[in-house]
Design a protein around this ligand. Structure first.
Ligand code: ZN
Length: 181
């Protein structure tokens, strides 16, 4: 079992700085391949549905995603584990609002308006080009993770008066959301 990485919290400058692209040789190299494995385990342990390299202190344009959850009311369906590197994001026009959280803003959630659908062009874990067309919760995860690569957090986009602890969201708001990236 690889050692888990520490997830940095809001206030750490690495979450606010730019992240750099990886070359195909770096992606397929041993270091990044091991990083991907450790990030996968760190995400699962958290648990979260996505984890971006800046969240483990590395300013690299790489994120891992995996969502085992299913919630039809949020258009949430299981997404198998995969990696996006150097992603380019195109937003659809329709905007939807849901509560979301972040492993780097631990313990809180807020309503965040985001595009309902996106197209992402990126490289995968083998440095091969991929094109992802996503809608619903998966599109939200992609936007959340790619924001991390641009030094953005959901708190920059949230409706700030809906900001709540997870506990109070369960008590006064929607029940059992608990998907963070
Ligand atoms: Zn996050």
């Amino acid at each position: 079992m690889p050692t888990l990485l520490k997830i940095v919290q809001a206030g750490d400058p690495v979450l606010r700085g730019p992240a750099r692209d990886l070359s195909p040789a770096e992606i397929t190299g041993a270091e990044v391949q091991q990083l991907i494995e450790i990030m996968r385990e760190t995400m699962r342990e958290a648990p979260g549905v996505g984890l971006a390299a800046p969240q483990v202190g590395l300013p690299l344009r790489l994120a891992v995603i995996e969502d085992p959850g299913e919630m039809p009311e949020r258009e949430r369906k299981p997404v198998p584990f995969h990696v996006i590197v150097n992603p380019r994001l195109t937003l659809g026009e329709e905007v939807v609002e849901h509560f979301e959280g972040c492993l780097s803003v631990d313990g809180f959630q807020a309503l965040v308006p985001r595009a309902r659908s996106v197209v992402v062009e990126a490289l995968d874990h083998r440095a091969q080009p991929i094109k992802i067309s996503a809608a619903g919760w998966y599109a939200r995860i992609l936007q959340h993770e790619i924001d991390h690569l641009d030094g953005m957090l959901y708190i920059d986009r949230m409706k700030s008066r809906t900001f709540t602890t997870n506990r109070n969201l369960g008590r006064y708001g929607e029940v059992g959301v608990g998907a963070a990236g």
